[in-house]
Write a protein that binds this ligand. Structure first.
Ligand SMILES: Cc1cc2nc3c(=O)[nH]c(=O)nc-3n(C[C@H](O)[C@H](O)[C@H](O)COP(=O)(O)O)c2cc1C
Length: 331
């Protein structure tokens, strides 16, 4: 997620969710080729399993950048065919590629050539306006899988490329989970992951049974203990650290970046929802909001640990979460 899943956020969420597959922000192939690769590609080894998400429309550029991703050690490279922003559309990347299944077939094939057997996946919508029925989804998915993709991640909404901005494109087109379900029923051997609007453990658990994976975007970002609780209940991951332990981990991780000139806001901006549903949540948000105090991260966190309610700092659970049955994974 652009502006969200940078390396700092990924490292931090990994402390709460040890098994979840993490994705980079979408990176355009030309900016990777012409920019400083380390700026886009560097990560901490603990971020694995880790997917590099690319945007592009040139076989040559996507082959080259997929190869760079695998050389850098990424576990999978993903092609974005779901982003509806004007900028991405003007470059003919993202969701507008859903109108050109034949081109995407060739793009995937080129990426597969660079992959040395590692997985190439595609993230896409169920359609775009004008090509929004199941037959179009099926045609697109067949082209992608025939190109050699090993996994589809499907956001269960169409994208409306004219008249809606990206935010509206994540809320206004209705969710049509049934289209993703129909594709999975028709092609049960294809690994298909579902995405879109999944904000509670009950829905996540139900989808986890029916699909090969569930991608969670906004809820994971807004409420980081959601992923911790999901992993603990569905994947038997250990208890996550408490909020205070988590903050201390962040300090140790971030100090070298701070020494190199980065401001703690680069990291803590991702965690305004850390105390979501707990006492002191508003105080925490104010502490990390501008104007930012001229403090080192260690001092800022020390201040938070001294001020916020101890029961919130000691909590390592998701407030108000639903306890699933530990054997069946159901409610
Ligand atoms: C701020 C923001 C940035 C996003 N950036 C990307 C991106 O870079 N690549 C991508 O595939 N999806 C991106 N998305 C879309 C999400 O991955 C996801 O498909 C969408 O939000 C629906 O899932 P959710 O309801 O779980 O959030 C972004 C979403 C948001 C809110």
């Amino acid at each position: 997620m652009v502006d969200c899943t940078d390396r700092h956020f990924r490292w931090a969420i990994r402390q709460l969710a040890p098994k979840t597959w993490l994705y980079t922000e979408m990176i355009s192939a030309p900016s990777l080729i012409h920019g400083t690769p380390a700026r886009f590609l560097d990560y901490h080894p603990s971020e694995h399993p880790l997917v590099l998400q690319l945007a592009g429309n040139s076989t040559q550029e996507l082959e080259q950048t997929a190869a760079m991703g695998f050389e850098w050690g990424y576990d999978e490279v993903n092609l974005n065919c779901g982003c509806p922003s004007d900028k991405v559309q003007n470059a003919s990347y993202g969701a507008c590629l859903m109108a050109q299944p034949e081109l995407v077939h060739r793009l995937v094939k080129a990426m597969v050539r660079a992959s040395a057997g590692k997985p190439i996946s595609v993230k896409h919508r169920i359609g775009i306006k004008g090509r929004e029925d199941y037959a179009h989804l099926r045609e697109f998915a067949l082209a992608v899988m025939d190109g050699g993709a090993s996994r589809l991640i499907i956001h269960a909404r169409i994208a409306i490329l004219e008249g809606l901005n990206p935010k509206e494109n994540r809320t206004i087109p209705p969710l049509r989970y049934e289209d993703v379900q129909r594709l999975k029923s028709e092609f049960p051997d294809w690994p298909i992951e579902i995405n879109g609007g999944i904000r509670d453990l009950r829905t996540l658990s139900a989808f986890y049974e029916r699909f090969d994976g569930v991608m969670v975007g906004r809820q994971a970002y807004d409420n980081p203990y959601f992923m911790a609780e999901a992993e603990r209940q569905l994947l038997c991951s250990p208890q996550p650290p408490s909020r205070s332990e988590f903050l201390q981990l962040l300090v140790d991780y971030f100090e070298p970046f701070e020494d190199a000139g980065e401001h703690w806001h680069r990291l803590l901006r991702h965690f305004s929802g850390l105390f979501h549903g707990l006492r002191g949540s508003g105080d925490w948000r104010r502490m990390i909001s501008p104007p930012w105090p001229r403090l080192r991260i260690r001092d800022l966190v020390a201040k938070a640990l001294n001020t916020l309610p101890p029961e919130s700092l000691e909590s390592n659970t998701l407030p108000g979460f639903v306890q699933l049955d530990p054997v069946s994974g159901k409610i």
